[in-house]
Design a binder for this molecule. Sequence first.
Ligand code: NAP
Length: 483
Amino acid sequence: MYKIIPVKPFDLILLGATGDLAMRQIFPALYRRFQVGQLPPGSRLVGAARSQLSTSRFRQCVRDAIRTHVLAEMQDHQSIGDFLKMVDYARLDATSSEDWKSLSAYVDPGRVTALYLSVRPGIFKNIITSLKEHRIVHDKFRIVVEKPFGFDLRSARQLNAALSAVFQESQIFRIDHYLGKETVQNLMALRFANVLFEPLWNSQYVDHVQITVAETLGVKGRGEYYQRAGALRDMVQNHLMQLLCLVAMEPPSRYLPDAVRDEKLKVIRALDTVQYDHIVRGQYIAGTETASFADDVNTPDSKTESFIALKCQVRNWRWAGTPFYMRTGKRMRCRMSEIAVVFRDPPHSIFGSKSVLKGNVLAIRLQPNEGIDMRLTIKEPGPGGMRLIDVPLDMSFARTLAVGSENLTNAYERLIMDVVRGDQTLFMRSDEVEAAWAWTDKVVETWNEHNLQPISYFPGSSGPDDSLMLLHRDNRRWREIVC
Ligand code: NAP
């Protein structure tokens, strides 16, 4: 089932190696790649953080992380032991220039060095300065920058400028793990490897597009960050924007990094400023067993949104008149992410006025049950006249491709190996990030001008009622948020 694209031995230095992201996602992803033979012997995985840990203690932490975060049937004692032999630990305070000297021992200019910044963005600039000062960067050096990439256009520009003073753009990997998801990649295959959809992929046939990323968790534990960022900056500027780009972009001439990113950039630049009455901000209140957002962020009068819904317009020939609705929120009914392309109703029913014809819907599910679902109208079997029903033409990966979701390559697995290979197709370019921030800043300006405050919603709901109204006003409705 797996096809491995071999890579030469490399070094990965993971800064922030004791943190949540490293332990929950990155090391488990590396272990999975090791199991399928993707990590060549001689590669080194160096964890770095401030904690005083011996390498053996750190390896124990990584072992525990694999035990917890990799499915039991996917792990085995022998391979975990072999994997851990590749893992090393270096104590390092990234804000101390002196500490960086010791890291030079792990940098071999003869092979790929990937430095993964899994630390808070406040120290990115110190890191970049130290890398320059100690001449650590070489031609095969790559830097991976986690989100958030800036807080607004100004800070994103500053960060891009700091990075470009030390790195070529081809060495900078701004990661958005949504782009590494199997279904998101499949969206491109579906659009550009089939002739079926592309003729219909425009405002003549597509009524509207819905992008939903709903989470059940609150923000406890990330309160300080979230109180400052909110749902727009945390989710829309990056993840939802990337999904919108992949739906709306023109076919690139080749599946090559700059060809794909050029087309995504054009979409962001074609996005209209969102009108104030097309923005709904929400904030969850306390539930029977859960705290309110204000308590979670420890700010009683918090005006930050934990939910946002937007109606956006892509002003170009293909999409004029087809709105893109986006919504994302915390503490919602279910954990569900999907893109739904809702086609127009047929112009005329030959089956009489009793048969209500509905437009087809193509739903691309990111979670749970990654897959693609197309709804078609057919005749209900049996006697009783021409009765029509809506049925799914299901392409869930689990059934169609006989792949359990546990076997799907995790986004981090794919993206880390892309960094090693130097393939930037699924990473954001500097101009793309800046364009997304320029659009996001305007949304914030608009809500500030109109003093749009977050509206309360119940935990376990679909967000505030005003977000339902956003579509009702257009005679449309959101798809159900279902688990
Ligand atoms: P975290 O759990 O707080 O971990 C932070 C890591 O940084 C720890 O290993 C910490 O270890 C290390 N660290 C802090 N200050 C340091 C310094 N001066 N020098 C060296 N190491 C230092 O944070 P996280 O959740 O893993 O997130 C890390 C980054 O990824 C953040 O920017 C976050 O926004 C982003 N991100 C996280 C997720 C996620 O699911 N967690 C998802 C997307 C993006 P010591 O205290 O031992 O130094």
